[in-house]
Design a protein around this ligand. Structure first.
Ligand code: MN
Length: 194
């Protein structure tokens, strides 16, 4: 049985970037529904004893959609921290690799935002790493994600409308641009180096 993860911050802590109301629905309703559906679909699947990442890698159909969405949202919600007024910035090995591949962190952010804004319909934009530590930015439709394609998941922005519509309505680009204010780069760096 999978459980809804605990948020590492209060429901209002990400305001004004993500409102308490959005978290109430996005975390409390949408993610809860994916967890409930996953738990309903697992018995008899032959995958019910596996860790979530392996279920994602080995499943298809409705089971994949719900397992993928649980994994995507767990990594999404745990990579944020309350805004401080200062723009958080990557550090260490991850910063060095971003600068090696994109020249400047701002150039990486611009491509990440453009790929999130340009993804048609519902999905996710991911910073992902291959086995050699090389980074790339992937666009994933629906519940799809890097784990299903052999990449390590590093950082993600959710571009399903439920992630931003209450706060930003149709302005997806403005929402994605604002999210940099709450990225917890320490968590993101840990994912890259572990
Ligand atoms: Mn979502």
């Amino acid at each position: 049985m999978f459980k809804l993860i605990d948020l590492p911050y209060a429901q209002y802590a990400l305001e004004p970037v993500i409102s308490s109301r959005t978290l109430e629905f996005h975390y409390g309703k949408h993610l809860q529904a994916y967890v409930d559906n996953l738990n309903k679909l697992l018995p008899g699947s032959g995958l019910d004893e596996l860790p979530l990442e392996e279920i994602v890698a080995k499943s298809s159909g409705a089971l994949f959609n719900n397992a993928g969405q649980v994994l995507n949202h767990e990594l999404y919600f745990t990579q944020f921290a309350a805004p401080t007024g200062a723009l958080p910035a990557p550090t260490g090995n991850l910063k060095a690799q971003i600068e090696k591949q994109w020249g400047r962190v701002d150039a990486f952010k611009a491509e990440f935002e453009a790929k999130g804004t340009g993804l048609f319909g519902s999905g996710w934009v991911w910073l992902q790493a291959d086995a050699a530590g090389e980074l790339s930015i992937g666009q994933y439709v629906g519940a799809d994600n890097p784990v299903a394609h052999g990449f390590k998941p590093i950082l993600t922005f959710d571009v399903w409308e439920h992630a931003y519509y209450l706060d930003y309505q149709n302005r997806r680009a403005a929402h994605l641009q604002a999210l940099w204010q709450i990225v917890d780069w320490e968590v993101v760096e840990d994912r890259y180096t572990k």
